[in-house]
Design a protein around this ligand. Structure first.
Ligand code: FAD
Length: 447
């Protein structure tokens, strides 16, 4: 490895940004240093750490449904990569990954196109000594006809904001023209379930404006379509049952065993030929790795384009390539299934690499196997409730939780992410600013 090895991290989400921040703080080169700045302890040598992301800002992905519904203020939650990189001693490039050449150890970034369609920056190449892929995942339309054309996705901030803008317009129309608004969501996983509850919450708040004269809450006809026999199949059955009952109390129609064969202008077509009529359609089913990793990289990929990695998160085909988070597929020893694509796995993998990558880069010390600590799983039904189970550790392992305790535990996941990026004091100030803003601003996005 050269004097200052080049570590290139592609994807600044839960995994990539956590890794870049920790590596930068403890191991980063003099990037952006200016005299007088506090220098974190650096007793392990240094490296040139660069993060690439296609977006200029980071948003914690598990909150995207709240941005889509307009119940959280996106401007307060997003983080600027440029500013964060400068404060944490790593470099940042905006750009979408277009290819990886493992022989030359370089990645290609796609040209940057402005909102007016003008090419701002041409294709670029970045060289690396160590590549970490952390580009995440997106919903999978499984090639279902019409989905790309007629459905909204909420896999990125841009998509969530676009859905919210369209939703606000449709709600306005339904009030002015005294119409029903029919929303149909495909996918009874955490994303679809949490979005359904959040939409109800937004309309409960909207209803209170004008003393309920608009009857906006009653105008919503919300349908959740799931091909399996129950919602939240990745969760234990009692979490699924409690969540289904809560959604039904909110007026959400649950359609189990509903196999969507096409998305059409008027709604979703099911395998039995019937139509679920909808004015707004959301696709939140399936998982496929993000990005454009092709077979030409020589890296083994799964059917859903995830990079296959060994226990130490390295590609078996190339020790200089690591992958983590949703875009990686790791099947732990003794298990027959890969780890699930969750923020919990992504975060733990990032912290594991942050701890062990420096020794591998500087001294060739092997990265020890990653061991996942299952801390449980929670699903949040907005302000109404939350359900989940505690993890496989400790006295209360596997315990079913709900109500305020589950809601606070779910909220804590985000605060923990923020503390990892900004530290405790900074996170506290951000939380306080949020609370103050909620006192003086509308609780939902109105324009
Ligand atoms: C609505 C919703 C709710 C969820 N709720 C939960 C929950 O409650 N608990 C939980 O554990 N998990 C939850 N998840 C799943 C969780 O968000 C993901 O598992 C987690 O974000 C994965 O982290 P990651 O770093 O692998 O990917 P991400 O956090 O998605 O980050 C990927 C990054 O890569 C960037 N990127 C993508 N493609 C490219 C490219 N070609 N070039 C450059 N950059 C690229 C993206 O801009 C993004 O910044 C939820 C997901 C959604 C959508």
């Amino acid at each position: 490895m050269p004097n200052a090895p080049r570590i290139l991290i592609v994807g600044g989400g839960v995994a990539g940004l956590t890794l870049a921040t920790h590596l930068g703080d403890h191991f980063g080169e003099h990037l952006g240093d200016h005299p007088g700045r506090h220098r974190p302890h650096r007793n392990q040598g240094h490296a040139e750490i660069t993060l690439v992301d296609r977006s200029p800002t980071h948003l914690w992905k598990p909150m995207l449904h709240t941005i889509a519904a307009g119940t959280w203020d996106v401007s307060q939650q997003q983080l600027s990569y440029v500013a964060h990189a400068s404060a944490h001693r790593f470099g940042y490039h905006i750009g979408g990954l277009a290819g990886v050449d493992t022989a030359l150890r370089q990645v290609t970034l796609a040209p940057l196109i402005g909102p007016d369609g003008v090419e701002l920056v041409g294709q670029r190449k970045l060289v690396y000594d160590v590549l970490v892929l952390a580009v995440g995942s997106r919903a999978n339309d499984f090639g279902t006809p019409g989905v790309m054309q007629h459905c909204h996705f909420i896999d990125s901030q841009a998509q969530a904001e676009r859905f919210n803008a369209v939703l606000r317009g449709r709600l306005l129309r339904s009030v002015v023209q005294d119409e029903t608004l029919r929303v149909a969501i495909v996918g009874g996983g955490a994303t679809g379930v949490e979005l359904a509850a959040e939409l109800c919450s937004m309309l409960d708040t909207a209803n209170s404006y004008g003393n309920g004269a608009s009857h906006i809450r009653e105008r919503l006809r919300l349908t959740l379509l799931e091909s399996g026999p129950r919602i939240l199949t990745a969760f234990p059955e009692h979490v699924s049952r409690s969540s289904a009952q809560q959604l039904q109390r909110l007026g959400v129609e649950l359609r189990m065993g509903a196999k969507v064969t096409a998305a059409e202008l008027e709604g979703f077509r099911l395998a039995d030929g019937s139509l679920v009529a909808a004015d707004l359609m959301v696709w939140a089913a399936g998982v496929v790795a993000e990005g454009t990793l092709g077979d030409d990289t020589g890296l083994p990929l799964t059917r859903s384009r995830q990079v296959v990695v060994g226990p130490n998160l390295q590609s078996p085909a190339d020790a200089h390539v690591f992958a983590l988070g949703d875009c990686a597929s790791l099947t732990p020893a003794g298990r027959d299934k890969p780890l699930p694509p969750t923020a919990q796995v992504a975060n733990q993998q990032a912290l594991h690499l942050a701890r062990h990558l420096p020794a591998w880069v500087l001294h060739g010390t092997p990265v020890p196997p990653f061991v996942f600590r299952d801390l449980g799983a929670l699903v949040s039904l907005s302000e109404y409730n939350a359900f989940g189970t505690l993890g496989k550790f400790g006295f209360l392992k596997g315990l079913f939780v709900q109500g305020t305790f589950a809601q606070l535990s779910h909220a804590w996941l985000y605060r923990k992410h923020q503390i990892g990026l900004h530290g405790v004091w900074h996170t506290f100030v951000m939380w306080l600013a949020e609370r103050l803003n909620r006192r003086v601003k509308p609780k939902i996005r109105l324009g």
